[in-house]
Design a protein around this ligand. Sequence first.
Ligand code: BGC
Ligand code: BGC
Length: 938
Amino acid sequence: MKRIIVIFMFMLLVCGTGFAQVYLDPNASVSERVEDLLGRMSLDEKIGQMTQADRTALSSNSDIATYYLGSILSGGGAAPSDNTPAGWADMYDGYQQSALSTSLGIPLIYGVDAVHGHNNLKNAVIFPHNIGLGCTRNPELIRRAAEVTAIEVAATGVDWNFSPCIAVARDERWGRTYEAFGETAELAQSLGEAAVKGFQGDTLADASTVLACAKHYVADGGTRGGVDQGNAVMTEEELRAIHLPGYISAIEQGVGTVMASYSSWNGEKLHGYKYLLTDVLKVELGFEGFVVSDWAAIDQLDGDYSSDVETSINAGIDMVMVPYDYKNFISTLKTLVQDGSVTEDRIDDAVRRILTQKIKLGLFENPLTDRSLFALVGSDEHREVARQCVRESLVLLKRKDDVLPLPKTNTRILVAGSNANNIGYQCGGWTINWQGGSGNITEGTTILEGMQNAAPNADIVFSEDGEFNNTDADYSVVVIGETPYAESAGDRADLSLTKTEVNLVKKMKELGKPVVVILVSGRPLIIEPILHFTDAIIAAWLPGTEGDGVSDVLFGDYQPIGLLSTTWPGSMDQIPINFGDTDYDPLYAYGYGITSLEDSPAGSGPILESAIVVEDASEIEVTFNKAINDPAPLSNLVFSISGSQSGEIGYSGVVLKENDGTTIVITLQGSVVPGESLSLQYVSGSLQSEDGGMLEPFGPVNVYNTAKAAALALPGKIEAEDYSDMFGIDTENTSDDGGGLNVGWIDDGDWMEYYINPQASGTYMLYLRIASESNAGIIKLTVDDRIVGSRTLPVTGGWQTWQTINQITGFAAGEQTLRVTAEKGGFNLNWLQFDLVVSVDDENELPEQYSLEQNYPNPFNPSTIIEYSIPEYSSVKLKVFNMLGQELGVLIDKFQDAGTYRVSFSTDRYEAVAPSGVYFYTLSAGSKTFTRKMLLLK
Ligand code: BGC
Ligand code: BGC
């Protein structure tokens, strides 16, 4: 109130008479005030209103007055050095004083990305990112969350929030998937609208409301391949059906601003797209607020800067987030107006729109920070709202009977994983820094701390990497997922869990106790490799600072109610996959979520949980939600199994797997092809759960084929830790050149498998990077049980004393699994490098009359037949050489008549010197000599 009076008196002084200037009269209508003010403004003042600079680009506060800047923003992480509410308020008020010092005294509008709470401000409450909020399906809660965010933002003086992001994220590879409420227009509409309502309140003039910004217009989440700032290739019908409805709802809710998208629609950038920005958004949808550009986005338009400005302003951008060289923007736009390239009408339209929002915000009446709101920032009351958002956003993906809720007493729980005790990780991108951070970047409760709070009497032990001195426990909780990222830095072609994460889950499962996995991620991850080793899985998204919300459900104080806001793909090759697709067969469908912790009724039949091809691809393991009755009746179960490449696949037996009794193992007759898709149907039988329920026939269902890892191309280098499967080993940090991990703890009989794809058949020189303290290990390389190399390793004299040794080996081209077995352990392996020594694929041309056929079979093991023809009586020699050019033997040495001859060659005679690889045979007939290569694969 005091402030209002001060300004009022200041204005009295300036103009002498009450509100002679209509634009200052709070009782005049908004449009009267806007028209009055517009009428008083010079071109420079108008262009200034259309200019937004980042605070880090300001050369001095006085530039705000000198250039009549209409707006300042803090980009991601651009907090004042005193990152407290008071620090922000001081900064804001300082800028505002400069704006008010101009003759018209038009206040600034200050913008931030408070996309999950006031995330640039230290110790503000941080909400789950939108993808999690989408799972709550609770518009009222989302409205309340936005209201809380608005209060915390307004408390720091800031007027404008570049939120909500109402993207419809159609491809999980997109790094901004988590900023979207989900993959459907419906969620963008209902929750986007709720967020706008929460930010803007009933009246923008309220001290605790802020101007909202629906972004990024339009189809930012529809780009091809999920590329950030990419190209949305689609018909207008699709654009309108999927990506536009969120804007229609936001506009109906009165959203004050819309941010244009960096992306393109069918090759044309949105920032220059007049049809979409003006004809559709402003004219057709009747949007009366203003359109702000994205950060330096107009610079991406074709042509020079002048053309960028001309195109974007004429297309309908009202305010440009320059954000650096505002002087250049201003002078460029001025020249364009002076030479008629941009009309004064267009400028007036833009400025009218901007001023309208400023007046509605009450900025002329209350330009400075309302510091009375400080006390609410990060308050318990606000954290409680965020905690509710967390628990409602959790999606229970999988649960076996009895596993959840966890008991709070008389229990020992092992907690592992890099996302269990890391505030930065659980907040994700757009937290304190643009890209987010690790560790205690702001105040909050980690998921681990939440568990400890919920069950103070339980023995909860934490080890990030799962190394526990005492592994005796009742449960394991493994918290894994993604590390923070924002925007393009989060675009990822592969959403698989890391090998370390998969192994951690396996390792915990080996303890024989139930494993609960909590996924902390900005999008669905490919969890098929762990599905089988878990008893419950919770998608916690990026929950923010209130880790207590996770334990609320984990320990059963609340039932899980979250439903997937996005389809959960089973494999990368299913992406993009969205609700409504034809051929929709995801791991978990949009809208899925187990919403009860009650046990399924006794006597109900077992429900299929997962079917996976394991180990050497000769078995399928099928897991159910409850324990299976004694294996006796398993012999009469009838399945139908088929592979996309193998066709109908027979099986020779079904047994109950020993662990928790919920898994049966079907032994296949023969192996499946790596990468082929398999289906399984349960046709008939009498499989029962322990409590007497009968399994209903099911399927065909998709069987996850674990032999699916992307093949590593040869020649090339393979990191030892990039195995597709392993037995008995572990990884550790290496001090070898290049750092990273090495494989260690290799005992006799341990192995690693690498899924390789030699580009050519031939001999490869394999370089192995090894270290060993005192043991001479023995390494054996096999493909499908054929030995392709074997050797004794030298002792290097230390676990991190590295030496490169080499070994000749040979492969046929194509995808295959290489197993590296330690016949004798006691060494570490850092990498394997394969160089192509000689390929069998490039052959020289023969004169027509002669023919030296390819030997057959080729590749061969151990014998092959070499065929040749000669056109006339000649002296003939046929010799065989090894890959080092040493003569192995002479097969023919005599005169022969014209004709075709076949000679058998077997390596049995040369066993000691015949490892897998390339061999040469040379035919000399008369004066001519021809050479061919052949491949021995043992
Ligand atoms: C993002 C916007 C954000 C802006 C300002 C851009 O990089 O795309 O979403 O509002 O930066 O921080
Ligand atoms: C070393 C590992 C090694 C292991 C073998 C450890 O002390 O750090 O590199 O693999 O011993 O037991």
